[in-house]
Structures are given as structure tokens and as C-alpha cells.
Write a protein that binds this ligand. Structure first.
Ligand code: KIV
Length: 292
């Protein structure tokens, strides 16, 4: 596991210079946040993907600012080392730079995030500048921008033709020049992601963009195999948690129905000798969470 020193924005930027890959993943609650932090993630995103994997929507459009703030607060209680980034949800930042500043302020103040991520390229440059000048670190996001799912006609690979590739390159350049400290490249050919990575001084974080990016990000539930039916080419399932959860509940159900659980070992009797000892009913392993 990596060292436990807090991952700051300058530390993330310097990883590119030092040729060290940046490990990013999403999280939506304190327990998973603690686990991914202990697992060595550098950067944790409370992504608006929560609209799909937590709330069960077909896309990220229904996610609200309140949702992001709520989940950021929960995740912040589980993190000790990793950087916490909050995703700016649909239409919470596109109306004007001032609207974006008000929303981003809430994500940092109420959600306890340390940066915000927003989708878009050239057209978002004035907004990124406004946030960065106000001391809010910004992560850009170009290529497939899921909040534009309806305009794009679905979640599709971007940069397939030359005009599209040129537009994505210009978008990434504008985001970097506006002051973003890193940028997500989503669903594009690896050659395009590699060319953007080489041309920018800020780190690129890829998802479905091949191995040439400075870091990688995956949606936690997808990489843990909780959505077994979701198997796009770019995804690797690092665990089979979906099957494990289902199987565990099946065993639990069988044991409860058979009267096998709880057994004597899980029960307390009046005749137990340490009746006077204080009982710790709930785990206090996550002491930081318990304090909030
Ligand atoms: O919402 C999200 O989880 C994201 C990542 C996939 C980059 O935007």
C-alpha cells in the first residue's frame, strides 16, 4: 500500500512530472470511502454516476446538487489520505460562472470536497477561470460527457473522426489553459488520449481512454463487479462482489428460515458471566466516522 500522507492538489499535479500513475475511483458512502482509501486510491470522486449506480436512473441527468453534497459529506468521513473531488451535477454550473461559483462553494463548504469536476471544453473556460481565481481547484472532463447523453444520442465512443478529434484536443487545451489542475478523458481512442496527455502539462485521468493517460478512474460498483451485466470493453471487474452479496444473502436467508441463525455464539443470556461489562453494540473501527 502507498504511504499515508494526505494527497493534495499539488501532489496530484507533481505525479505527472514524476511519471507516477494517479489512481482514481468513485465512492458514494463512508464505508466504501474508508475501504478505497485503505486500498491506496489517490483521488476519490463523488461522481454523478451515483444517479445510475446508487439511485437506479438510466443516466446522470436527474442528480441534484443536494445529492452530491449529501454523498460528499458521507465520503469525507471515510477518507484520511485520498483527495476528495465532488462532481458538479447537470445544469448546476452551465448557466453562468456566478451560478457555478455558488454551487461549487456549497460542494466544498457543505460537502467537504477539496475540488470540483465539471464537464465541457472551450465553452466552460470562463467558468473554470472564475472558480480557480476564487481558490476552488477544478477537474475538467472532455470526450464523452455523460450529462450530454441526450444530445450525443447515447453513451458512445468519441473522437472517431478527424473533426471530432480536433474538437476534443481544443477542448482539453482550453480546460487546461483556464486553470484546471487535471482532466478526465472519457471514452476515446487511446491514440487521441495519448496525444492529449503528451500535449498538456496537467495530468490526464482516463476512463475508456486507454493506458497512455497519467491516471485511471473507474466507477467503484462497476470495477467491483456489482453490475454483472455491465461489461463494456474498457471495464475490468476486479472482484465479483455482486455474486458474493447475492450468495451471502441466500445463505443468511436459509439460516434464518431454518432457525440456525442466530446461534448461541451470537446471543447473550442472562447467565453470561460478563453481564455487567459495558457492551459495545456497534463497530467503532471507523473512529473518524463516529466523531462526525
Ligand atoms: O460520474 C462519474 O463517476 C464520472 C467518472 C466516471 C469520471 O464522471
Amino acid at each position: 500500500m502507498s504511504c499515508r500522507k494526505k494527497v493534495t492538489v499539488p501532489a496530484i499535479i507533481s505525479k505527472k512530472r514524476k511519471n507516477k500513475k494517479i489512481v482514481c475511483v468513485t465512492a458514494y458512502d463512508a464505508t466504501f470511502a474508508r475501504l478505497v482509501d485503505e486500498g491506496g486510491a489517490d483521488f476519490v470522486l463523488v461522481g454523478d454516476s451515483l444517479g445510475m449506480v446508487v439511485q437506479g436512473h438510466d443516466n446522470t441527468v436527474p442528480v441534484t446538487l443536494e445529492d452530491i453534497i449529501y454523498h460528499c459529506r458521507a465520503v469525507s468521513r471515510g477518507l484520511r489520505r485520498a483527495h476528495l473531488c465532488g462532481d458538479m451535477p447537470f445544469m448546476s454550473y452551465k448557466i453562468s460562472p456566478e451560478q457555478a461559483l455558488t454551487a461549487a462553494t456549497r460542494v466544498l463548504q457543505e460537502g467537504r470536497a477539496e475540488s470540483v469536476k465539471l464537464e465541457g471544453g472551450v465553452e466552460m473556460a470562463p467558468t473554470i477561470e472564475r472558480l480557480v481565481q476564487s481558490g476552488i481547484p477544478v477537474v475538467g472532463h472532455v470526450g464523452l460527457t455523460p450529462q450530454s447523453v441526450h444530445s450525443l444520442g447515447g453513451f458512445k465512443m468519441q473522437g472517431k473522426n478527424g473533426i471530432d478529434r480536433q474538437r476534443i484536443i481544443e477542448d482539453a487545451k482550453a480546460v487546461a489553459e483556464a486553470g484546471a489542475f487535471c482532466i478526465v478523458l472519457e471514452c476515446m481512442p487511446l491514440e487521441l488520449a495519448g496525444a492529449i496527455t503528451d500535449s498538456l502539462s496537467i495530468p490526464t485521468i482516463g476512463i475508456g481512454a486507454g493506458p497512455l493517460c497519467d491516471g485511471q478512474i473507474l466507477v467503484l460498483y462497476d470495477m467491483l463487479g456489482m453490475n454483472e451485466g455491465f461489461t463494456p470493453k474498457f471495464l475490468k471487474q476486479f472482484a465479483g462482489l455482486g455474486g458474493l452479496v447475492r450468495q451471502s444473502v441466500e445463505t443468511y436467508a436459509e439460516e434464518v428460515r431454518a432457525g440456525e441463525f442466530p446461534a448461541e455464539a451470537h446471543s447473550t443470556s442472562l447467565t453470561d458471566t460478563d453481564q455487567t461489562a459495558p457492551q459495545l453494540l456497534y463497530s467503532t473501527t471507523n473512529k473518524k466516522a463516529a466523531l462526525h
